[in-house]
Design a protein around this ligand. Sequence first.
Ligand SMILES: [Zn+2]
Length: 72
Amino acid sequence: MIRKSVVAIICFTLMFLVPAAALLAEVSANPTSGIYHNARCQHYGCKSCTKTFKTAEEAKKAGFRPCRKCGG
Ligand SMILES: [Zn+2]
């Protein structure tokens, strides 16, 4: 009985943590400057940052480079 509820809690936590982690890995890119920012950067989601990539790696592949302040 107890074990079942522990498993349920773990599953429940993971369901929330996984999307949260995915969201943190997301970067917003500015096609004008060719720079991308991570979610913790003050420039993340700026007016000119019209593109979003799931990971920094994807942004790099698309030809963007990391922001100097946040490291992308
Ligand atoms: Zn930045």
